[in-house]
Design a protein around this ligand. Structure first.
Ligand code: URA
Length: 438
């Protein structure tokens, strides 16, 4: 089948059948389709959308473009969580060891940060020596040894998605729900899961800012997971303010270590709360506990006994990281950085936070990247200390920024101060979990 015929059919609003979608994904995987043909079809899919049948066919074809992990020797249910990304969204670093300590095997394949959102791989790489490029063999051995592994997408996992995602990123065709579903779900289904919990963010710091679109994405992913026999649930969670206290790679690892050690601050609390909610759902879906009450008892014990943190330390060692940061997380905070406070310009209540603005500012002072190849400064970031609903007086501290250069500090203080709207009237703190889609 010639690529031109398939492209023309979708361009004219037709529905692609299994043979046509398989031919496309085979052409991407074996290199026989040129990049311009791939992007022409992707743009036609972006404009004319895909129905559920096409979305499932492309997910399946992308999934089978590579290897599907198998864990025949594991006595544990295989489970994972995936987040659509946000600002200060660091829960993976707590969820993976906590789920492992509760009896699950978690082969977590994660991504890097792009634009204003952070990425788990960048956060982990702020631990000196930590290796996120695991082969399939090493990933499986790590899961067998400590219950979880955290790695980037290997060449063997959904290679067609890797190629298509890079082209979508360069051709403004990322934000379309069917292709997002196919991209995320092909990678997650390749992990050979029994249970999957999705955290779909909504609000001004999320990639989907409107709840209707977040809900549609969540529904489509749950339907797709179930169609592939994976017990799947999606949470829609708040991203109208940064999650927890810190935004910035090393600072977020610091927050997770402090929380797992039971030494977290009140500002960090929502990171732990959301991690617990998501792990509780994984425990129930994986059949480890019958209900959320007993799931919570299990996970609280895994945290308070230190077992979850022990799993984390074991994993850092197995993936080549320097475990001294686990004993001394303060080492993750670079004392030589310029540190400036952000203060309230007037008295009142924090009524709105420009979360995207905070994410972009951290990115611009070196904490993120605009192109996939950009280098990042793992130490810079922001400590967010006044959430929506906080009552403040003029001059009260809202947060503080950690910058490499004084000129960055000037810029960041201006941007971050402008990110907070302070109004006269009391505003309720937004709920963390807005909906659960079954
Ligand atoms: N993350 C992915 O992995 N794929 C998308 O298409 C969007 C976000």
């Amino acid at each position: 089948m010639r690529p031109q015929e398939i492209i023309a059919k979708k361009r004219d609003g037709g529905h692609l059948n299994e043979a046509e979608i398989d031919a496309f994904i085979e052409g991407v995987t074996d290199g026989s389709w040129a990049d311009y043909q791939i992007t022409a079809l992707i743009m036609a899919m972006f404009i004319n959308e895909l129905d559920f049948a096409e979305q499932s066919l492309i997910t399946r074809a992308m999934l089978y473009s590579g290897e599907i992990l198998e864990f025949p020797e594991s006595d544990h249910p295989i489970a994972d969580k995936h987040s659509t990304g946000g600002v200060g969204d660091k829960t993976s670093l707590i969820i993976a060891p906590l789920a492992a300590a509760c009896g699950m095997a978690v082969p977590m394949i994660s991504g890097r940060g792009l634009a204003h959102t952070g990425g788990t791989l960048d956060k982990l790489e702020s631990i000196p020596g930590y290796d996120v490029s695991l082969s399939v063999g090493k990933l499986k051995d790590t899961v067998a040894a400590c219950g979880f592994a955290m790695s980037g997408q290997t060449k063997q996992i959904a290679p067609a998605d890797k190629k298509i995602y890079a082209l979508r990123d360069a051709t403004a065709t990322v934000p379309t729900i069917p292709l997002i579903v196919a991209s995320i779900m092909s990678k997650k289904l390749a992990e050979g899961l029994d249970a999957l919990v999705l955290d779909v963010k909504t609000g001004n710091g999320a990639t989907m800012t409107e709840i209707d679109r977040s809900r549609r994405l969540a529904n489509e992913m749950v339907k797709t997971g179930k169609a592939f026999n994976v017990d799947t649930r999606a949470f829609i969670t708040d991203m109208s303010q940064p999650l927890g206290q810190y935004v910035g790679n090393a600072l977020e690892v610091y927050e997770c270590i402090k929380l797992m050690k039971g030494e977290g601050s009140d500002h960090m609390d929502r990171s732990l709360q959301l991690s617990k909610e998501l792990v509780s759902q994984m425990i129930v879906l994986a059949g480890i506990a019958p209900d959320h009450e007993s799931a919570f008892l299990k996970l609280e014990e895994a945290l308070s006994s230190g077992r979850a943190f022990e799993k984390f330390v074991m994993n850092v060692e197995l993936q080549g990281g320097d475990t001294s940061v686990c004993d001394d997380p303060e080492a993750l905070i670079d004392g030589s950085l310029e540190r400036r406070d952000i203060v309230a310009s007037r008295a009142g209540f924090v009524s709105e936070i420009d979360t995207l603005g905070i994410g972009n500012t951290v990115s611009e002072i070196g904490g993120g990247r605009t192109r996939t190849k950009d280098k990042i400064d793992p130490k810079v970031g922001y400590s967010h200390e006044a959430g929506i609903g906080t009552r403040v007086k003029a001059g009260d501290k809202l947060g503080s920024v950690f910058c490499r250069k004084p000129s960055d500090a000037e810029f960041a203080v201006e941007k971050l101060t402008a990110a907070y709207t302070i109004g006269e009237n009391f505003v309720e703190r937004p709920d963390l979990v807005l909906e659960i889609i079954k």
